[in-house]
Design a protein around this ligand. Structure first.
Ligand code: GLV
Ligand code: MG
Length: 355
């Protein structure tokens, strides 16, 4: 049993109180960078102007002999670079690794005031979040932080998928979740060698034509991730936290990436990872609602100010439920317009910019 009255209290004396509402800021892409790569670090101010979230990656893709330089590089970056409106996150090493304790201790101690979110890989159950939750509270107290650092779990093991709901509700520190198709495929023993996207072998095929059994049959590739992403969206949105699609590994396949991101967007994800600047552009396009749809949604809200009853607009039935869908669309568009002058113009909303 967990006493609900305890949720609003810090887990260590002197730590900041947990946030009971997760802030929803522009989050269309989490752009990954390797903090041990100085050339990449030099590009960060430019990337910060384009991306909503920049994440210094310490886990997979960082070689064992680069783990410590990556951690030290991120400390330097956090202290020296002005990220403007972009948020700074990190992905620490997994909880069983020899690096994670130093990752968390060093980063919270040195740049805890700059880091908004710590992404924890390979989360399997609420116990993983409870461990990080208490440790962060102790370190926040020690560092004298006044704002709690939030936690984001990667959903990338079969046990994690089984325990989705308890992970999403494990702590008020939970900010969201990302879907990790590469590790998830390995954990499930899926027979793939890809990072996200479909597979030419995962198909549905129409029945043979009885009058012409040799005639070509219609074939369509299926989405192997649909079930798990949809479950993640439900677990996150029911807990008031944010779901993201994760990586798309084939950088040259911009169409495949766009299709994967769009499927996630339509199901309810707020953003996706970008592993290359070209994917920042794709995420921006996909996770910013289409201006035509926003215009229609605005029309519905204006025509039905109280959101009640049944109405016909442009030949389509609108009621309380479609009004709520339109509200989701228009609220997202408004938030993004405040940050992006081009979107503000496309949507017809005010651009506020950095204040
Ligand atoms: C991401 O970390 C993945 O494993 O897909
Ligand atoms: Mg992974």
């Amino acid at each position: 049993m967990h006493n609900p009255r305890e949720f609003g209290k810090p887990l260590a004396i002197g730590a900041p109180a947990p946030r009971l509402e997760i802030p929803f800021k522009p989050s269309r892409m989490i752009h990954f960078f390797d903090p041990s790569n100085e050339k990449m670090a030099a590009k960060l101010p430019e990337l910060a102007a384009q991306a909503d979230i920049l994440l210094g990656n310490l886990e997979d893709a960082v070689a064992v002999d680069r783990k410590e330089p990556a951690r030290a590089g991120l400390v330097k970056i956090g202290k020296e670079i002005d990220f403007g409106e972009a948020a700074l996150w990190t992905r620490v090493n997994s909880l069983e690794s020899p690096w994670v304790l130093d990752d968390v201790t060093t980063l919270v101690g040195e740049i805890g005031d700059k880091l908004e979110v710590i992404m924890v890989p390979k989360v399997e159950g609420a116990w993983d979040i409870h461990y990080v939750d208490r440790l962060l509270a102790q370190l926040e107290a020690k560092a004298g932080l006044t704002r709690p650092i939030l936690v984001h779990a990667i959903l990338e093991t079969s046990l994690g998928v089984v325990n989705l709901e308890e992970i999403a509700t494990a702590s008020p520190r939970m900010q969201g979740m990302s879907f990790g198709p590469a590790d998830l495929a390995a954990s499930r023993r899926m027979k793939t060698t890809r990072v996200g996207g479909g597979h030419p072998g995962y198909l549905v095929i129409s029945d043979p034509d009885p009058d012409d059994p040799q005639a070509p049959r219609r074939i369509a590739q299926q989405d192997p991730w649909h079930y798990s992403i949809a479950r993640m969206v439900d677990a996150c949105t029911s807990a008031g936290i944010l779901p993201f699609y994760g990586p798309y590994g084939d950088i040259r396949d911009v169409e495949g990436c766009e299709a994967q991101f769009r499927a996630a967007f339509l199901l309810g994800c707020v953003g996706a990872w970008s592993l290359h600047p070209v994917q920042i552009e794709i995420a921006k396009r996909v996770f910013s609602p289409d201006p035509e749809e926003v215009r229609f949604a605005k029309k519905v809200l204006e025509a039905i100010p109280d959101g009640r009853g049944v109405h016909m607009i442009d030949g389509k039935m609108q009621d309380d439920a479609t009004w709520k869908q339109c509200k989701v669309m228009v609220s997202l568009a408004e938030m993004l317009a405040h940050k992006d002058p081009d979107l503000a113009e496309a949507y017809g909303f005010a651009y506020i910019g950095q204040s």
